[in-house]
Design a binder for this molecule. Structure first.
Ligand code: ZN
Length: 255
């Protein structure tokens, strides 16, 4: 009878007893896609309506000198639906050159824009750098104010090796074909993100885009956006990715 406790012990230790514990894999489990529209444009409501068609939620990065008692209620209602509202600074200064802008100015832009959004009862956790790139010497200013930020300090990396405050985004406008609106390049980037389990955050501005194609027409139209969202929806339906508003995308990806 005394043999049972010994057998039980061997059973609990198992055949791998004595071997080093396998390190937990820390990479993301699957690709996460998100979409942010910058600058607070009057067409943001049109963007929102298109995302509604697909059951997706966009995000909006607001330049807060455009946020006032007239514009704020719309974004507050979006936030109440769970849509992420990010700060895109107060006056949209370039943050890529220390000789043009100093640390105090940047800090004021970071803090005052967040406070302004919050003053309308809208929570804000993320920051989008105007003109994409923030100089490394300014990065430490973000820490106390934002949980995550797009500062474009790791150009083409979109994985968990990138700190949450150094994220990059992928432009819808700059990657759609200027001759015929083809989204082929964007589709293959989506495929790559799925294969590599990346966090790929797209960005755009007004819709239709004010950036023009070879024919002088808007570079991205509502229909182009629908084609991109349809493609991503097909991937979501196939359980190949997640599609989330920005706060949730970052949270899910870095979990
Ligand atoms: Zn901008």
């Amino acid at each position: 009878m005394k043999i049972y406790p010994l057998l039980l012990l061997l059973f609990l230790i198992g055949p791998n007893a004595g071997q080093p514990t396998i390190k937990k894999v820390t990479g993301a489990k699957q690709a996460v896609f998100s979409f942010i529209f910058d600058d607070l444009n009057t067409t943001d409501a049109d963007v929102k309506a298109i995302f509604d068609e697909f059951g997706f939620q966009p995000s909006f990065a607001i330049t807060t000198n455009k946020l006032n008692s007239k514009t704020a209620p719309l974004y507050k209602s979006y936030a109440e639906e769970g849509i992420s509202i990010l700060s895109h600074s107060h006056t949209h200064p370039k943050m890529n050159n220390a000789s043009v802008v100093d640390k105090e100015t940047i800090l004021l832009e970071l803090k005052s824009s967040k406070e302004r959004i919050e003053s309308y009862g809208i929570p804000v956790h993320g920051f989008v750098t105007p003109n994409s790139y923030m100089r490394p010497e300014f990065l430490t200013l973000l820490g106390a104010t934002y949980d995550y930020a797009f500062t474009n300090n790791h150009n083409d990396l979109y994985d968990t090796s990138v700190d949450k405050q150094h994220l990059s985004r992928y432009g819808i406008e700059s990657n759609i074909a200027t001759s015929d609106h083809s989204i082929e390049k964007i589709m293959s980037r989506i495929d790559q993100a799925i294969k590599n389990k990346e966090l790929l955050v797209f960005y755009g501005h007004a819709l239709p885009s004010t950036y023009l194609d070879d024919l002088g027409k808007p570079r991205v139209t509502a229909n182009d956006l629908r084609v991109i969202l349809s493609y991503i929806k097909s991937k979501l339906d196939n359980n190949e990715c997640l599609v989330l508003t920005s706060d949730l995308a970052v949270e899910a990806y870095y979990k």
